[in-house]
Ligand binder design. Structure first.
Ligand code: ZN
Length: 152
């Protein structure tokens, strides 16, 4: 499970120094954020973020200053389970350059329909609210990195 939550304005994460929850606005991702309480620098998100609604998905993909890698998955999908730890690696390795998000297509079927996800897992990259890359099939971390690298 992700320790990072998301709402329609930004990512919510706890300061590793003092524990205060901070919001990283989508518009500012890729820049340096400081904790509102202790003023320590906050680390860039380095784990996949679970998207909970269409609204949050739209807010993130349209406003994020960083490109967003989205994994469309489902709980019943075997290959998706193999991709999950690979995606965790990619999120850590590309921290500060990409936002890595996960969409459960069982919970959010409207997103799967909108982006023509006909097989899962499917990975897609969004830049400035536009889907710029789309690929079905499980990939190991190095292949996922190669897939996103052109959009960095
Ligand atoms: Zn703090």
């Amino acid at each position: 499970m992700s320790n990072i939550e998301s709402d329609n304005r930004g990512l919510l994460l706890a300061c590793p120094n003092c524990g205060k929850r901070n919001r990283l606005k989508y518009e500012g991702l890729g820049q340096t954020f400081r904790c509102a309480q202790c003023k320590n620098e906050l680390p860039s998100p380095r784990e996949p973020i679970d998207i909970k609604s269409d609204l949050v998905f739209d807010a993130l993909t349209s406003r994020s200053t960083l490109p967003v890698l989205v994994d469309f998955w489902a709980p019943w999908c075997g290959p998706c389970k193999m991709v999950a730890p690979e995606l965790v690696k990619v999120a850590a390795e590309t921290s500060g350059h990409f936002v890595v998000a996960k969409v459960n297509t069982e919970q959010l079927p409207s997103l799967a329909r909108r982006f023509r996800v006909t097989a899962i897992p499917t990975m897609a990259v969004f830049k400035g609210g536009i889907e710029v890359a789309h690929q079905a099939g499980a990939m190991p971390a190095p292949a996922i990195r190669k897939f996103v690298e052109p959009w960095r």
